[in-house]
Design a protein around this ligand. Structure first.
Ligand SMILES: [Zn+2]
Length: 197
């Protein structure tokens, strides 16, 4: 619950979510493995939400969730130097949403293709794209996509993330809660806190 409160109200202080079918389109020089991973992600997320998620055939122009995997390190670096990403970021999500209705109408995910833990990053950004726009300070010993991970080294952290390509429980619970019928779109953080649990 604390995790949900930290992550679900970052935009506008309100709940934002999708209402229309999410049509995913992969862009850039992605591999078969990348699209298989995307299918896996859709399978993991679909039972949690009341919105349909589909994967369009490669480089479709009518997607509303565009996932950019950079063609090369050079492409990524020129993207960085254009000021689109801060230097440390391994991924980023941009939204299109209505300030009036709080409905997400589109999103674009950027993932650093060469990162060893790119599927962890992809899932992290996918949580953002679904509407969990914030980050958590941590969930104790549990691992969660939107919380800092506690490891001895970056290598340990990358290794763990590389081997654990699935949505952790904290994220699954939060996605499910975000898309439950009881949680109205646009709900304010202050009103959420008042509600009896
Ligand atoms: Zn993030």
């Amino acid at each position: 619950m604390k995790y949900f409160m930290e992550t679900a109200f970052e935009q506008n202080g309100s709940v934002i979510k999708w209402k229309d079918t999410i049509r995913i389109s992969l862009e850039g020089n992605y591999s078969t493995m990348d699209s298989l991973e995307m299918v896996k992600i859709i399978k993991e997320v679909s039972p949690l939400i009341n919105v349909k998620v589909i994967l369009l055939p490669g480089n479709s122009s009518n997607g509303n969730l565009i996932i950019n995997l950079f063609k090369s390190e050079k492409d990524y670096k020129s993207f960085l130097s254009a000021g689109e990403l801060d230097n440390m970021a391994e991924g980023k999500t941009k939204y299109k949403f209505s300030f009036l209705s709080n409905e997400i109408t589109g999103a674009q995910i950027f993932v650093f293709h060469f990162a060893a833990n790119k599927y962890w990053i992809l899932r992290h950004e996918f949580c953002h794209a679904l509407g969990l726009s914030g980050h958590s300070k941590g969930v104790g010993d549990e691992q969660a996509l939107l919380a800092p991970l506690v490891f001895k080294s970056i290598e340990d952290s990358d290794k763990w993330q590389n081997e654990n390509t699935h949505f952790p429980d904290a994220d699954k619970k939060s996605i499910k809660l975000l898309y439950s019928e009881n949680l109205p779109i646009g709900l304010k953080f202050t009103d959420f806190k008042k509600e009896p649990k």
